[in-house]
Ligand binder design. Structure first.
Ligand code: PLP
Length: 477
């Protein structure tokens, strides 16, 4: 392979590939944000990735802060993951039958989410049974069907700006690509389907209480990202998640915690691991008693403050199409073949994806999370100081190892989608292009998280830090 070219070229090959793709693929892309709609310019076609770097079709190498939108926790083409997948491929690409590794991956998920909780003699598993599917969209769609099957109720509550995949009922005021394209929802969703989803402002407990007061006995579930990360990173306000779970349970509704993006990335046990530790600390601060808004007794051990279903994706598939949902045994066993809620998949639990996920999780040890955390902190702080030095109004948002930069004046931490929609996306556009021209691949959207990896070593971090002041000055103009 020839030496990587310096950044800032014409992207001629990417442009030619985009033109070719547009002739046979709508918009030239198979997922809308890849089209660079909100930043303009030529979307880069990528041909290789290794560690913290990706290379485009013109031979230009970038420090990558997209990480396949999350899955590449260990960096691109981690040798152990590639070797394991190659060995699995040599044994057969899939059989449509159970393979031994499926249970190993399910066990790994269960054990990672078996956490110590205050007041309990031992750790408590958040999920006892796991079903493997192929995409995050399938995981949330199945979790919702399961919640409706379990409760016999029709309605779902979601929060504005949260993204849970592209199934019909979940596209109203969603984050991610819809936020990027400023789309309130999608054509092709029937009014009847849309009417089954109540969309509420995030972190707004009175709005949630009002929805339950009005529709309580018809609400099957509340679905929420564990920490919102598809409208910029917006962690839940202190106490919100716990109060949401307690309220839903008081009304007989389930809570689906969506960890597709945050799972095994925000921290080793996802964002829930961080939230549970914070809740435990709040309980201790309340002198051993439960924190305000918590149920009268039981603390975290009380099922009233544990989510019922959790969805996973991205990291859990190690870069191949795999996602999962998990939950308490009695809920999960309502799934076919044991129960009446149907779900199936030709490629569900296929051996390549399971192997990629399992190998990734097994290599995602404390040291890997420490490297990831260090890279995330250095880049987040570097972005903040560069923007401050250039006089660009901004706010750096963080949740565990996840972070994003909001462009605009946000004197207080925003808590809702309506607030982050006031971003100055023009500044992001200028910032994005300067970073790209100087060899850093950022998400092409002001609403997406930046994804570091455990492979972002000092050299990669230094390269990003060197470019940030130039991009900040571009955003100041
Ligand atoms: N849920 C969340 C929180 C996500 O961030 C995503 C994707 O970005 C999804 C669900 C959908 O996952 P997928 O794109 O694999 O269908």
């Amino acid at each position: 392979m020839s030496a990587p070219r310096v950044p800032g070229g014409t992207a001629a090959r990417s442009a030619a590939l985009a033109e070719r793709a547009e002739r046979v693929i709508p918009g030239g892309v198979n997922s809308p944000v890849r089209a660079y709609g909100s930043v303009g310019g030529t979307p880069r076609f990528l041909v290789a990735g290794r560690g913290a770097y990706v290379t485009d079709a013109d031979g230009v190498e970038y420090v990558d802060l997209v990480a396949s939108w999350g899955p590449a926790l260990l960096g691109h083409a981690h040798p152990a993951v590639v070797d394991a997948v190659q060995a699995a491929a040599a044994r057969g690409l899939g059989f449509g039958a159970s393979v031994p590794e499926e249970a190993e991956l399910a066990e790994e998920i269960v054990s990672r989410l078996t956490l110590p909780v205050p007041g309990a003699p031992a750790s408590v598993p958040l999920v006892e049974r796991v079903r493997l599917v192929s995409t995050g969209t399938e995981a949330t769609m199945t979790a919702i069907r399961l919640a409706r099957g379990a409760t016999g109720r029709p309605l779902l509550i979601k929060f504005a700006g949260h993204y849970h995949g592209h199934s019909d009922g979940l596209l109203a005021e969603a984050g991610s690509g819809l936020a990027t394209l400023a789309m309130p929802g999608s054509a092709g969703v029937t009014a009847e389907t849309a009417a089954q989803t109540l969309v509420l402002p995030y972190n707004d407990l009175p709005a949630l209480e009002a929805a339950f007061a009005e529709h309580g006995d018809r609400i099957a579930a509340v679905i929420a990202e564990a920490a919102a990360a598809n409208m910029g990173v917006l962690p839940p306000a202190p106490g919100f998640t716990r109060a949401m779970i307690a309220l839903a349970h008081r009304h007989g509704a389930l809570v689906i915690l969506d960890e597709v993006l945050t799972g095994f990335r925000a921290g080793p046990a996802g964002y829930w691991g961080i939230a549970a530790a914070e809740m435990a600390a709040a309980d201790v601060a309340a002198e051993g008693g439960p924190a305000a808004g918590a149920p009268a007794e039981g603390g975290l051990v009380d099922a009233a403050v544990l989510p019922d279903l959790v969805t996973f994706g991205k990291v859990v598939g190690g870069g191949l199409p795999l996602a999962a949902l998990g939950g308490r045994r009695e809920v999960m066993e309502l799934l076919a073949p044991l129960g009446p809620v149907y779900q199936a998949g030709t490629l569900s639990g296929n051996p390549l994806a399971v192997t990629a996920g399992l190998t990734t999780l097994r290599h995602a040890d404390a040291e890997a999370y420490a490297r990831l955390g260090r890279a995330a902190a250095a880049i987040a702080e570097g972005a903040g100081s560069a923007l401050a030095a250039a006089g660009v109004p901004h706010r750096v948002q963080r949740a565990g190892t996840l972070f994003s930069v909001l462009f605009g004046d946000f004197p207080e931490a925003p808590t809702t989608y309506a607030q982050v929609q006031r971003q100055e996306v023009g500044r992001h556009r200028a910032f994005f292009h300067e970073m790209l021209a100087r060899g850093v691949n950022l998400p092409p959207s002001a609403f997406e998280a930046w994804f570091a990896t455990a492979a972002h070593d000092d050299a990669a971090i230094e390269r990003v830090l060197a470019v940030l002041p130039h991009a900040a000055r571009a955003a100041a103009r």
